[in-house]
Ligand binder design. Sequence first.
Ligand code: AMP
Ligand code: GLY
Length: 424
Amino acid sequence: MNILLLGSGGREHALAWKMKKSPLCDQLFIAPGNAGTALVGTNLALSATDFPAVGKACLDHHISLLVVGPEEPLVKGIVDYFKANHPQIPVIGPSAFGAQLEGSKAFAKAFMERHGIPTAAYREFSNDNFDEGIAYIRQHTLPIVLKADGLAAGKGVLILNDHEEAVKEFTDMIRAAKFGAAGNKVVIEQFLSGIEMSVFVLTDGAHYVLLPSAKDYKRIGEGDTGLNTGGMGAISPVPFADEAFMNKVIDRVVEPTIHGLSVEEIDYTGFVFVGLIKVGDDPYVIEYNCRMGDPETEVVMPRLASDLVAHLLAAVNGELANEVVLHDERIACTVMAVSGGYPGDYEKGKTISGLNQAIPDSSLLFHAGTAAKNGAIVTNGGRVLCVSSYGNDISAAVSQSKKVLAGIHFDGMYYRQDIGYEFK
Ligand code: AMP
Ligand code: GLY
């Protein structure tokens, strides 16, 4: 069958690489893709949020499965659009209603509350109860967590150690639209202290399978310092997520989540990315995303030993109950190279050299923000490319990735040296 994958990041290169290995996949198209996905399939120059154009591309290329990588088209309703206009083409992703698990923090918190899923205590405020919000902040313990309700490009969460600063930020969100409409509603929640990890679930709305788990490294600087980024690296499996902990995750989080989707009849076929924090020995949900993580996918796909396309087909056919997911027992780590200045301002269009070096069998190069230009490959985003490597331990895998990165160059290139540092 022919498959169309939407998106253009490292996540999409890793998904494309994995899907192309499947005997079920004939032609693979990626829209808009990057210079890496062009090596695995055919890029189509169209926007993932231009639904009529995506629909037309599906008809033109005889697509039998549409896989949506990023959240934006999901939150904007691509699944609903296809159900209404191209019901014969199954889509991996939730309806716009289901995508609110990611698209609205207030929706996600209320969902967790209804289904008894452990998460930080919270209250929700808007212009209607603004004064109450101010009073709530002033009596709240520190640190205090403020979350813009809607999608805010990863910038909508503030962790503050001062009541007056929190009052100011809260006011800016609600009264001055600091995060645009995303901040019309603000969730204020208790700060949880612990170590984070990402759990990936594929669901058909009633049943589920677990993919390998991962831990990502969000901060720009060594030792998890500096500004938040989209993700500077990831490891899988997660050393502290032993069987006892994962059983708690399944019993307290994954099963109630899928049960909740099912009993509330939420139209949801696709990935649920559960961002967890381990507090003591117990899992709490920090957030849901309605898609795979990036750069987690760049370690999760290498560790998926079974056929991704077969799993996706089982999901769209409502047959996940009998699906068996096989994990590669090796450790995988990825290290992300970013543009100088990222996550602040950075320049694009820098020529990337060293991409043709011979890469060891135990490493994979995934492109993120890259583009082909006049016969060269140039930078086209903040996160540019990553190298994922297998190893017998985290140190070996990370060293291997760094060795490959040392042979690649672009002006301003930066990557963290210490991915996986807590576990070495
Ligand atoms: P989110 O955008 O929801 O992923 O939040 C961004 C980051 O903020 C998370 O990855 C956590 O590191 C942190 N965070 C969010 N909520 C909390 C919380 N209740 N307690 C502690 N840290 C949090
Ligand atoms: N790596 C975190 C995310 O994809 O949201």
